[in-house]
Ligand binder design. Structure first.
Ligand code: GDP
Ligand code: MG
Length: 300
């Protein structure tokens, strides 16, 4: 007897939630590559970015967003909020990511906004690996889902890739029947040049003290193919002269470590050898200067 194959499905999923709940980690786990940088600090993601995850049954276009947050003072934060809000326009579903055991007022507001916009919401309860008391999970979920309508609820660990198969299945189910939008080897809508800059910025988030990462940004000055090799030059921009020695470190050691780790990340992501040069320069007040932000690629 003939078997009827399920139709291919493809569509867009906005990945939303508070800063630091694991949105980018989830997108990377679903895509199977680090397209979006991750750090323990809030506001690591500064741009809207598409992660493309292709499965036998369909394709998910995952919109990773800067977390929605309240601070509106600086131009950069205004742009980040615009990018997060714009992310729900025209999507087929939203994945609302929360941290297991924590439901905040902001989570409630995000749910309400999505629900009233008519977007199906899949609740992703992330970081279940961190829960000391696993028996608390079901009552926690019961409390949140009481009087709220979720398309489905998935306890997962994005970091350990647990619970993701069932999540993918339910997300695909919410997508329209459609041929794939991207080739199956495509993993993001961003250029390698952009991803290179992000991988340098990830190291700044990981290796600089409390406030400084938020005063830095990265510009890729050169991105050239030289046979099998990629030759890349990155500038780390800081806001004040006094921040330069901190980025560079004693005897240049910190900048060297930043550069080495970023290069390793690039080689893994691009699948080829990279020669990376990294410089640190000053541009006063770049994070509150919309013209400078656009030049650094913060256009959405
Ligand atoms: P985002 O701001 O929502 O994009 O969060 P990130 O993806 O940048 O992750 C924030 C922090 O949470 C990072 O330190 C991640 O390693 C960590 N994280 C993300 N997912 C998990 C998880 O499933 N379990 C644990 N224990 N940590 C996670
Ligand atoms: Mg992120």
């Amino acid at each position: 007897p003939e078997t009827q194959e399920a139709p291919f499905r493809a569509g867009t999923v906005a990945v939303l939630g508070r800063p630091n709940v694991g949105k980018s980690t989830l997108v990377n786990a679903l895509v199977g590559a680090k397209v979006s940088i991750v750090s323990p600090r809030p506001q690591t993601t500064r741009h809207r970015l598409l992660g493309i995850a292709t499965f036998p049954a369909g394709q998910l276009l995952l919109v990773d967003t800067p977390g929605i947050h309240r601070e509106q003072k600086r131009a950069m934060n205004r742009m980040m909020n615009r990018a997060a809000r714009g992310a729900v326009e025209g999507v087929d579903a939203a994945a609302l990511v929360i941290e297991a055991g924590r439901w905040t007022e902001e989570d409630g507001l995000a749910y309400a906004a999505l629900h009233s916009a008519g977007v199906p919401v899949v609740l992703v309860v992330n970081k279940v690996d961190k829960l000391a008391d696993k028996t608390a999970l079901l009552p926690f979920i019961a409390q949140i889902t009481h009087e709220r309508e979720f398309a489905s609820v998935h306890p997962v660990s994005a970091m350990k890739s647990k619970g993701l198969d069932a999540l993918v299945k339910d997300l695909l189910f919410l997508m329209p029947e459609s041929p794939p939008h991207y080739g199956e080897d495509e993993i993001t809508d961003r250029s390698e040049r952009f991803l290179a800059g992000e991988l340098v910025r990830e190291q700044l988030m990981l290796r600089l003290g409390e406030e400084l990462p938020y005063s830095t940004t990265v510009e890729i000055e050169k991105f050239e193919e030289d046979g099998e090799l990629l030759r890349i030059a990155a500038v780390v921009w800081v806001e004040r002269e006094g921040q330069k020695p901190i980025v560079i470190g004693k005897g240049g050691e910190r900048l060297k470590a930043i550069s080495t780790s970023a290069r390793i990340g690039m080689e893994k992501l691009f699948g080829r050898k990279v020669f990376l040069e990294t410089w640190c320069r000053v541009r006063e007040g770049w994070s509150d200067d919309e013209a400078a932000l656009r030049r650094f690629g913060y256009s959405d």
